[in-house]
Design a protein around this ligand. Structure first.
Ligand SMILES: Nc1ncnc2c1ncn2[C@@H]1O[C@H](COP(=O)(O)OP(=O)(O)OP(=O)(O)O)[C@@H](O)[C@H]1O
Ligand SMILES: [Mg+2]
Length: 395
């Protein structure tokens, strides 16, 4: 049978993608191209649907012929046998009455066959998904503080292309560590590895002294909170959003987290903790979304925090508020800050500079500036740019 399910899914995917990318399509005026592609896919879907319908109609016709034909043949044979005197009236009548009942269920079976085929195709997909192996994780809990040590860590999404190469890093408990490096050098990949989201690395990673692969999933999630630049906010209320992080949190704890994230004043003017949130914070500004994500993370109260460009693409005020809280947090927790903006990592106990998946330099801000390497170059370039943006340096 032609793969109608695959075509249907592909059409649905294209439709959804076009809808989500409508703004970009309009800006670059590629709507005509997109429409053509959509038309092509719809036509392909129409043809394949027609093919399947034709096949179904054909097979139904054949089944009808067999069912009604079989019943008719049975009746004719019975009548002929009766007339020839080989059968009595009772036997002949029984066959006449039962012939239809014998063949009609076969016709029904034919129509069930189609339903079963569709069901089998769907269940194949479901079972394939269910049969996927759960990543093997150990059952050990992380004892106490969250110090993280990474030794000779190498990783690639594919066998051909390595992303991290022999990375050595230490994140002592209660320390504030930053990772910087140009886009694509592997910072988020490293964070995902530490969160246990990626497997298949070589080298040693330990959290609280326990090898990462042996740590129980729940224990790892309790130990590390990850805040990215696009933390997802579910539709619901602020309260529901915050309770995700700590289900037993009372109102006072929630307000405290919101105050720390500098979102309390805004929410008091709205509906307080019951302020509605649209899907992925659609009714909040980018900065407010990130501040709510920060409040949620603060409530989680884990020993380790990873901030991956948590202040990217938001207003300066929100960035400053969030950075101030990260610095407060860094006094008591293990904090790993990934940031493009070097001014934000200045206060870190240690800064790692990643270059092409390798640690190029590491040290404090002052030590790296004194070393005059890549970090120093980047720092001066960014400072120059910021002074220029403020109008302190003539163009
Ligand atoms: N899911 C993925 N599958 C395959 N390759 C990926 C995947 N995610 C990232 N990569 C590749 O890994 C490399 C490192 O990506 P990563 O997201 O870690 O960079 P980054 O340092 O965080 O960059 P940025 O500063 O832009 O966030 C990139 O070259 C990217 O192409
Ligand atoms: Mg990244």
């Amino acid at each position: 049978m032609p793969n109608i399910g695959g075509q249907y899914t592909a059409l649905g995917d294209t439709f959804l993608e076009n809808l989500q990318g409508l703004t970009a399509t309009k800006i670059y005026r590629t709507d005509a191209l997109r429409q053509e592609e959509m038309n092509r896919q719809s036509e392909r879907f129409r043809r394949i649907t027609m093919k399947v319908l034709t096949m179904q109609l054909n097979s139904i016709t054949i089944m009808d012929l067999i069912a009604y034909g079989g019943a008719a043949v049975g009746m004719i044979v019975a009548v002929v046998r009766f007339r020839a005197g080989c059968m009595d009236l009772a036997g002949c009548l029984t066959i006449l009455l039962l012939a239809a009942d014998f063949f009609l269920p076969m016709r029904l079976l034919g129509s069930y066959f189609h339903i079963a085929m569709n069901g089998m195709a769907a269940s194949d997909k479901i079972f394939k998904l269910l049969d996927l192996l759960e990543p093997v994780r150990g059952g050990r809990a992380i004892p106490g503080a969250g110090d993280i040590h990474v030794k000779n860590l190498s990783f690639g999404y594919t066998a051909e292309r390595g992303i991290l190469h022999g990375v050595d890093m230490d994140f002592p408990a209660g320390s504030f560590t930053a990772i910087v490096g140009e886009s694509g050098c592997g910072k988020s990949t490293l964070a995902a590895l530490l969160m246990g989201r990626l497997t298949g690395y070589t080298g040693d990673v330990t959290v609280g002294g326990v090898p990462l692969s042996e740590i129980e999933a729940d224990s790892l999630m309790d130990a590390i909170t990850y805040v990215s630049h696009k933390s997802w906010l579910f539709r619901g209320t602020v309260r529901e959003s915050l309770l995700m992080a700590r289900p037993d949190a009372d109102d006072a704890a929630m307000w405290d987290a919101l105050r720390r994230a500098n979102l309390a004043d805004f929410l008091q003017g709205e509906g307080g903790l019951d302020t509605a949130i649209g899907e992925n914070g659609a009714n909040l500004s980018g900065g407010q979304c990130q501040r709510l994500a920060l409040a949620r993370a603060l409530l989680h109260d884990s020993p380790v925090y990873i901030f991956d460009e948590a202040t990217s693409n938001i207003d300066v005020e929100s960035e400053n508020d969030i950075m101030a809280q990260i610095l407060v947090l860094a006094k008591e927790k293990t904090v790993l800050l990934i940031s493009h903006r070097l001014a934000n990592v200045r206060g870190a106990d240690r800064i790692y500079v990643l270059d092409g998946g390798r640690v190029a330099e590491s040290g404090t801000h002052d030590a790296l500036l004194a070393a005059g390497g890549e970090y120093a170059k980047l720092w001066h370039a960014q400072q120059e740019l910021e002074r220029f943006a403020k109008g302190e340096v003539p163009a």
